[in-house]
Design a protein around this ligand. Structure first.
Ligand SMILES: [Zn+2]
Length: 369
């Protein structure tokens, strides 16, 4: 009798252990099919660590502006081929309906890049996870799982490593201290093994900005719950969208009192914060003053191109005419990214905002799936 009970206990412990390991593996999404295929090509060779990627977001509007940026990314690709396209979220306005808009707001505008095996690696924005319409909507549908399937990302937060870069995509809609996602993030950032040796760069991205002087502004929840984790694990860059504009931060002075939060950090590590939400959704002109540490901001449609080459990380923000409007080269320093040339603050004296007429989305055929 005693032996049988012991047998039950041991079996239960074994099953629990097996489930836990299985769950942990399912959580660490290091095997994205697109990225794995990329690693088998010459484009991502550990012997020639040169990683090129673009960032864009808030794009899923279906307007001609989305197409303009898609076209410029394609033109850029032909001159400077890149392997990855990181999306900062709001992939399909207004409710993330990938069944309805997957073809005409993603597969069609980015078809040339998709056909060249560029990996599109999205985060989920607030518009992608569904929300009720006013108080009278008893029903709304979340397309979260459909998007995860559509993009082949396995989970709504995930990570991947290419050459010497560790990329982590968060679902900032649900990120908070103590959550399963926050625990996963710490485990993930703790793993510093890249394709050939330790990771040189750590880049985290999500939809909501840490700091922003735009319409939505900074996200207090992330400053409280995410920023200390990024500093502890020496993340170099945090990229977001949500505010439909471009903002790049340098060293942020402490304390940052004008958003009502102490930025008093014991950790001297400085993450570079970038907002890139000009991929197609209606722009938000700036109405608030610049935040301390803001190097450059512009309310314009754009994407951002990156090249991690050896010790340097080059950034170039490119507008819908294909012209760069902000460029900087960083190298890794003891407390985070350091610009190789003095980084002048242009926030506040940037050109007058460009006025774009509001354009309607192009008609999408009815859902086929
Ligand atoms: Zn948003």
């Amino acid at each position: 009798m005693m032996q049988r009970r012991l047998g039950y206990i041991l079996t239960s412990v074994f099953i629990l252990l097996w489930m836990t390991i299985g769950w942990a593996n399912a959580q660490s999404q290091t095997g994205l099919p697109c990225v794995e295929a990329l690693k088998k090509t010459k484009a991502a060779s550990p012997r020639q660590p040169e990683t090129r990627f673009v960032v864009f977001g808030d794009n899923g509007s279906g307007t001609p502006y989305q197409e303009d940026i898609a076209r410029q990314m394609w033109r850029h690709f032909q001159q400077n081929p890149f392997q990855l396209a990181l999306m900062t979220g709001d992939n399909f306005y207004f409710f993330g309906n990938v069944n309805r808009y997957g073809d005409c707001r993603f597969l069609a505008p980015y078809r040339e890049l998709i056909s060249r095996s560029v990996c599109f690696l999205p985060t989920l924005g607030n518009h992608d996870v569904g929300r009720p319409v006013g108080n009278s909507a008893p029903f709304f549908r979340s397309y979260r799982q459909e998007q995860v399937r559509f993009f082949g990302i396995g989970h709504d937060y995930y990570d991947y490593k290419v050459n010497d870069i560790h990329f982590v995509a968060l679902n900032t809609n649900t990120y908070q201290a103590g959550s399963a996602q926050a625990q996963w993030l710490q485990r993930t950032l703790n793993d510093n093994d890249c394709q050939a040796g330790p990771c040189r760069w750590r880049i985290v991205y999500g939809h909501h900005p840490m700091y922003s002087s735009g319409k939505h502004g900074s996200t207090a929840r992330l400053i409280r719950d995410l920023k200390p984790v990024l500093e502890r694990y020496q993340v170099h860059l945090y990229i977001s969208g949500h505010d439909h504009a471009y903002e790049r931060y340098g060293r942020i002075p402490t304390p940052l009192t004008n958003i009502g939060l102490s930025n008093q950090a014991e950790n001297p590590w400085q993450v570079v914060y970038l907002v890139s939400g000009g991929g197609g959704g209606d722009l938000y002109p700036f109405k608030k003053p610049c935040l301390p540490g803001l190097q450059h901001r512009r309310a314009d449609y754009h994407f951002v191109s990156f090249a991690a080459v050896g010790e340097t990380l080059q950034l170039s923000a490119i507008n819908r005419d294909g012209e760069p409007f902000d460029q900087v080269t960083y190298h890794t320093g003891p407390v985070g990214l350091q610009p190789t040339t003095p980084d002048s603050q242009t926030c506040g004296n940037h050109p007058a905002p460009i006025h774009y007429p509001k354009l309607k989305p192009r008609a999408c055929p009815a859902a086929r799936r």
